[in-house]
Structure formats: structure tokens, C-alpha cells
Design a protein around this ligand. Structure first.
Ligand SMILES: [Fe+2]
Length: 583
């Protein structure tokens, strides 16, 4: 039974392949197209899933789509969307014409897909389910219970009342891009004080049960051209922050107040969901479930014993849920199983990388069949304060780099955070980096008593080591625990670094520059090396130091940037940075 799951035409599009209920392949289209948050038909990801599965189009039993086009159009109609968008047949037509698929297409509700993407891959026999996002069709939040193949979403909050849209609105007011800058607001929050709680509680009011309401006088996203109304700026007493302008104490305080109110409501609703279901475990998905600070509080202060957040909790991960629901419908069996990792994307063979380096005339140190020497060479560079691009195995699904396409550095170096921000990531200086830590050593450095393989919750840093590069201003971190059974080479690298330095963790940030998707292929990685000041690149068994690059290497970089810009313009035409896109 081969089921192809598909998310598309809204935010990040993606594809996955389930074979007999097991996840064989999954990837976001942006990693192939190099257009960040690419919402178009994921043709490249689709072709890659078939290739990875070793099958052709005719071997598929069904294609599962992650939302109901008809229900979505009814909301668009209500919200006064332009007539040319009101086309419930668009997804099916695109699948037929764009992918040549003539077999059955099963569609599932957006939040049911989110819920299924979390529950079926949680490994929990039964669980409470909470989905929270901007909007999907009409729902913005759903509450449910799940057992076996059944997911019952028994309560929901309807558009326009949305915690995701509240967060996106304040993100826009604070001068960051909608659907992209929300995690920057979360990172900014601990620098501020919650001085605007009263104002924030006027924007969003909790109601009994699972309900909450936005005061729509402060919002303009339904029919307007921006997220917030003038009344919102009046309420806070300051105009919106222009993009890239100075961040002041006011902005930090608003971010902190927003984060505090979001956490307050999520905790309250999690408690209500626990009361309603009486179940000990919770599964979460939807874009708001990527708020790892809120997740940490739900787990620490909430009533649930265990929490599973689907690592691709945003819309790209909806394809997992749709495929799983289709499998359950077609076979009557429960799909999925506990998700051990998200290394579900394409990988490259050593000989192909060797051929590429050869063809490009790039010198590299060759460590094939000498893993211990390779790791020692990487540790040499990390211990010397260098930033290393680490490319190994399959690409990760979801927004986090987890040791497949990562930039690694020494977390003890007090200058590393600024260096990474300024020279490599080219991003805002306030944002913290996350650590990857050997699973067996996590408890010695963090207030964490369970595995956290996907960087989806924050916790307190308790280490006796000084870890300035990965410790946030409030003393927290967002660790990834690395299990040698799941990521053997990455764990071996951490172990080699530990033996050399006594520190079993590394800075791990995604391998990309600001505004670009995470690198996917060796070519992407090489071009990223050219466009940044990364000191060394590890391409599987090959190591390339910056000093080894030929003099004409820099000539390639402008061409790459040009390509990125055109891709950006092309892909973003449908997705505004100022307004949540409802197309
Ligand atoms: Fe969603």
C-alpha cells in the first residue's frame, strides 16, 4: 500500500510517501526549489518521494491531500476573497495536470491532518490532541481524543478567532515578516518585561471551555491589506516598527507580553483538554506548536505526563497526517508508529560528491573509510573556534536542522554567538542558538528528564560549564538530545568533542543564510560556503577548509545570490510578508 501525502497551495508545500503505513520519504518543496516557504505544487518533492520509494506513478494506491478545498473556499467567500481564488477544484486540477495523477485523491480536513500527523507518529496508544495554527479551512484550534485509528476532534475555535493570527499580527506590528518572523518574536520576548499584559488581554480574551475571542477592532487581516488596525497601534501608544529598524525596549516588552498571554491561554486550554479527556498524554501540531517556549511550559506546568509535538508542526507536516488518514481509511489499520527521527529527505552518495568536487575543480581532504580520522579532523576545527558546515545523510523534514544539514560550533566560546550571527547567519543579534547534546549527558547540563530529539521545547540550563553561545538571556536553552542509535555519526562527533574538551554538546543551527531555505544538496552547501564565512565544510567524508577554496570561487557567489533573489521574487509573489495569505 503506497500512499502519497501532499500539502500545497497555502504555506510550505511538501510531500511524503507512506508504504504499508510506514514513512519512507518526506520533504518540503522549498529545499528543492530554493524558494523559502514555497507554497506551489510540490512537483520536485513528489518526484523525489517516488524515486526514494523505488516506484512509479502507477504504483501509488492513493494521493492524500491535507485540506478540504470546498470548506476552504467557503471561508474565503465569507472573508471576501477575490473571485479568481474561489476555486475548490484547483488542487485536484493541479494534481492531475501538474503531476499526471489519475487515481483516487482523498482529502482530509486541515486540522484533522495536523492532528493525525501528531497522533499517528507519536507512538502513544491513545492521547489527547491539540492543534493550533493561523487557520485551516474554518478552524484555528481543535481539541480531540485519539485511539487506534480514530481521531475525534470534539471541539474547535473558528476563524477569525485565532492564536496563530494573533501572534502573526503582533509579529507584523513588531516589524517582522508574517509566517516567518514569529520565532524571532519568541526569541525577543525574554529580553523584555510583561508590561503590556492588560493591553494584550484586550486583544484576546479567553472564554470558558476551549474557546477564546479576538477583539476584531484591533485586527485588519480579514479584509484589510495588513494584519493590524490603527486601533492596535493606538492601544499600545506607538506606531508599528518599520522593518529592519532599531528594536527598542518597547518592542521587547510587547513581545514578552504577547508570549506570556499565549502561554497563559495555551496552558489553560491544555488543562481543560486534560479534564475533558482524562488522558495522560498529549499530541500537538499546527504552526503554534512550534512555539517551543510554550511547549516547555505545557509539559512542566500542565497536567500531561508526556508531550509529542510533530516536528514539522506547520503546514508542511500536514501531508504526513493526510497520508496516515488515507492509509487508515483504506486498510482499517493504524499507520505510523513512534517517529524516531526526521532524516526523511534526499541524501547523496560519496561517489557523487567526489565526482562533483572533481568536476568543480575543488580540492578536498578525503576521509573515505576513515571515520575516526574524519571526526578528529572536525573536532580539531571546532575546538579551534571554527564554524563547521556539517552535511551528512538524509535531509531533515521540518524547520530544524538536527545534524543532517547543520552549522556546528563550540558552545563555550563567548564570541561565537555574535560571530555566527554577524558573519554566517546574517541575522538579528538577539536570537539564541540551540545546542545538540549527547542523549546520555543531557541531564547533566539541562533540566530535562526525557529525550528531546526535535528541539521543540525549552528548558533551564543547569550545566556547570559556561555555555554562552546556547544559553538564552533567561537562562534557558532549546536542546536536541542526540541518540547514537538514531544518528550514529552525529553522536560520534559529539562524543569525540566531549573526549577532547569535556563538553558533550555543540551549537547546532540550520545550514543556511538568512532568508534562504536550509541547504539540501552538496551544490547548495558549496554555494553557501561561498556566500558566508563558514570556516570549513564537511560533505559526508570530505572536508573543505575555506583556505582551500580556489581564488575564483567568489565569482560564483553573485550568480548564486542572483538565482536566490529571482527565486525569492517568484515564490513569494503569492505569499506576502505583511499579511497572512489566505489563498
Ligand atoms: Fe495549519
Amino acid at each position: 500500500m503506497n500512499v502519497l501525502g501532499l500539502s500545497a497551495f497555502f504555506h510550505e508545500s511538501a510531500c511524503c510517501l507512506l508504504r504499508d503505513g510506514r514513512l519512507v520519504a518526506a520533504a518540503e518543496e522549498e529545499r528543492f526549489s530554493r524558494v523559502k516557504h514555497d507554497p506551489r505544487l510540490p512537483a520536485a518533492a513528489f518526484r523525489w518521494c517516488l524515486k526514494q520509494g523505488g516506484i512509479g506513478l502507477l504504483d501509488l494506491d492513493a494521493v492524500a491531500f491535507y485540506e478540504s478545498p470546498v470548506a476552504k473556499v467557503s471561508r474565503q467567500l465569507w472573508a471576501g476573497a477575490p473571485a479568481d481564488l474561489l476555486d475548490p477544484e484547483r488542487p485536484e486540477r493541479a494534481l492531475r495536470e501538474g503531476l499526471g495523477w489519475e487515481g483516487p485523491i482523498l482529502t482530509f480536513r486541515h486540522h484533522l491532518s495536523h492532528a493525525a500527523s501528531a497522533f499517528f507518529f507519536s507512538g502513544f496508544p491513545e492521547a489527547a490532541v491539540l492543534t493550533v495554527d493561523g487557520v485551516g479551512e474554518w478552524d484555528t484550534t481543535t481539541y480531540g481524543r485519539a485511539e487506534g485509528t480514530a481521531i475525534d476532534l470534539f471541539a474547535s475555535v473558528a476563524f477569525p478567532h485565532s492564536l496563530g493570527l494573533l501572534y502573526s499580527t503582533l509579529t507584523s506590528y513588531l516589524g517582522f515578516a508574517v509566517n516567518d518572523g514569529e520565532y524571532k518574536v519568541m526569541g525577543l520576548a525574554p529580553y523584555g518585561e510583561p508590561r503590556y499584559l492588560e493591553e494584550m488581554r484586550r486583544l484576546v480574551m479567553s472564554r470558558p471551555g476551549g474557546q477564546f475571542r479576538l477583539d476584531l477592532r484591533y485586527f485588519d487581516f480579514i479584509r484589510g491589506r495588513r494584519m493590524y488596525s490603527d486601533a492596535l497601534a493606538d492601544l499600545f501608544g506607538q506606531p508599528p516598527r518599520p522593518r529592519e529598524s532599531e528594536i527598542t525596549g518597547f518592542h521587547r516588552d510587547v513581545a514578552r507580553s504577547l508570549q506570556a498571554v499565549l502561554e497563559e491561554i495555551l496552558l489553560e486550554k491544555a488543562r481543560w483538554l486534560h479534564e475533558r479527556t482524562g488522558l495522560p498524554d498529549l499530541c500537538m501540531a499546527g504552526g503554534v506548536a512550534l512555539n517551543c517556549v510554550a511547549n516547555g511550559r505545557i509539559l512542566r506546568e500542565g497536567p500531561f505526563r508526556r508531550l509529542f509535538v510533530q516536528p514539522a508542526a506547520g503546514d508542511s507536516g500536514g501531508c504526513l497526517g493526510a497520508a496516515a488518514l488515507a492509509h487508515a481509511q483504506l486498510t482499517g489499520e493504524r499507520p505510523g508508529g513512534a517517529l524516531p527521527h526526521v532524516y526523511l529527505g534526499p541524501s547523496w552518495r560519496e561517489e557523487d560528491i567526489a565526482g562533483l568536487l572533481d568536476a568543480a575543480g575543488l580540492p578536498a581532504l578525503d576521509f573515505r573509510h576513515r571515520e575516526a580520522d574524519l571526526l578528529a579532523a572536525v573536532v580539531d576545527r571546532l575546538a579551534a573556534g571554527k564554524v563547521v558546515g556539517w552535511f551528512h545523510g538524509p535531509l531533515e523534514l521540518g524547520p530544524r536542522a538536527l545534524g543532517g544539514r547543520s552549522l556546528l560550533a563550540d558552545p563555550r566560546d563567548p564570541a561565537m554567538r555574535d560571530r555566527l550571527n554577524r558573519l554566517v547567519k546574517k541575522r538579528e543579534a538577539f536570537r539564541p542558538f540551540a545546542p545538540s547534546v549527547l542523549a546520555g549527558h543531557a541531564a547533566g547540563h539541562f533540566a530535562l528528564d526525557h529525550p528531546s530529539p526535535f528541539m521543540l521545547e525549552t528548558c533551564r540550563v543547569t550545566s556547570t560549564l559556561d555555555l554562552p553561545a546556547v544559553t538564552h538571556v533567561d537562562g534557558s536553552a532549546r536542546p536536541q538530545t542526540v541518540d547514537p542509535a538514531v544518528a550514529p555519526r552525529f553522536a560520534a562527533l559529539l562524543e569525540a568533542f566531549r573526549r577532547r574538551t569535556g563538553c558533550p554538546l555543540l551549537v547546532n543551527t540550520s545550514f543556511n543564510v538568512r532568508g534562504e531555505p536550509i541547504v539540501a544538496s552538496p551544490v547548495d552547501a558549496l554555494l553557501c560556503l561561498g556566500a558566508t564565512e563558514i570556516d570549513a565544510l564537511v560533505l559526508e567524508d570530505f572536508v573543505i577548509d575555506r583556505e582551500m577554496l580556489p581564488a575564483n570561487w567568489a565569482d560564483l557567489v553573485p550568480a548564486w545570490r542572483e538565482r536566490s533573489r529571482s527565486g525569492f521574487a517568484q515564490g513569494r509573489s503569492a505569499v506576502s510578508e505583511d499579511l497572512y495569505t489566505f489563498v
